[in-house]
Design a protein around this ligand. Sequence first.
Ligand code: HOZ
Length: 453
Amino acid sequence: MASPSRSSARLFTRACQVLPGGVDSPVRAFGAVGGKPPFIDRARGARLYDVDGRSYIDYVMSWGPLIHGHAPRELGTALARAARRGTSFGAPTALEVELGALVRRLVPSIERVRFVNSGTEATMSAVRLARAATGRERIVKFAGCYHGHGDAFLVQAGSGATTLGVPTSPGVPKGTAADTLIARYNDPASVPKLLRAHRGRVAAVIVEPVAGNMGVVPPAEGFLPGLRAACDEHGALLIFDEVISGFRTAKGGAQAAYGVRPDLTCLGKIIGGGLPVGAYGGRAELMDRLAPTGPVYQAGTLSGNPLAMTAGIWALSNLTAPLYRRLAALGARLADGLREAAGAAGVPLTVNVAGSVLTPFFHAGPVTDYASATAADTAAYAAFFHGLLDRGIYPPPSQFEGWFLSAAHTERDVDRTVRAAGAALRELALPDGRAGSLRGRERPHRPSRGADS
Ligand code: HOZ
């Protein structure tokens, strides 16, 4: 039985007194969908359990790292064993070498890798390295792509920045923002145009090869090879931000799936198996410019942390071809189910899917870039979100994020989700316009309808 003093509502009230907005990462506060977030007590497999005693089939999955599901027992055992040997040394360990070798084997464009603590650190550091290597200062990013919260990237950024309506953040110095040039995702002509206009001044083009932070938007045919060719022609480096797509789109990431070799790759999420890890890597000749072999400075007390390395080794060692086939089948089943449910309810919905990550956009589609993604009806998404949450399904609390499947999700989970989505979509199609009326409403949690009830 849940203790009332630990109810989500009470915790959120207390949280708002001690944490800005009650959270440590903005999207979690439910600002875009209204209501208050359930506080999570524990999770196992594909299930989340909140402090109010409700359970949910989880599609946030910690925003991507948990490809093997929540709290795999073997990982717990490995972590407990590692913790007994010490939680941080600030000195080299064999674990870093082992994970580094694994990364190199899975992602051949990475000859050397540097471990950091988050995707944000990885992208910031990769851009510093690209600037040092080229002697140029400008970068090209794509509207709606999100590369963490480094200053240079908070210009027309996706993810929480778009969700909260601040795609270009205050606090970013004008000079920094001016060095970030914005291209259009899936528009192969937009990059050479910028590279010509800023000839000899662009250090790197950074891209999510499968966009995941304006919702999921796969690359159109020829888009990624076009970027490679444009970078080669203009002497700019190509940086793939594979924080989401790395080890998810395929074992070797999107670069393996689409056959395009970047100069630098940024990794996060799955590489840490659910612990805080990021990494960046590429050709030895570039990476060896980093201190201590070279002059480009980047460091971190907890980088290569033994617990994080242990989780990463376990997560990457358990990636198998059958796992990817199963995840892709589940992704297709969920996407088809959502499309059919929307068709039956008469709700315009475009479901973009890339293997085991997908986004249903409330929009007749197609959704191919930031403009078409942000044309989606966010009030409809908010109502749909609550319709699902009430039925024991936990999708991301934003239209502009991916839904993640894991090894722990079953066909039964997916079918149950599709039935819940059908009911939520039928409510949405009611003539009283519930989509709009649900937004921002105080939503009491219904006590009994959990994922396991
Ligand atoms: N930026 C993350 C989604 N793309 C959200 C992270 C979080 O809130 O945990």
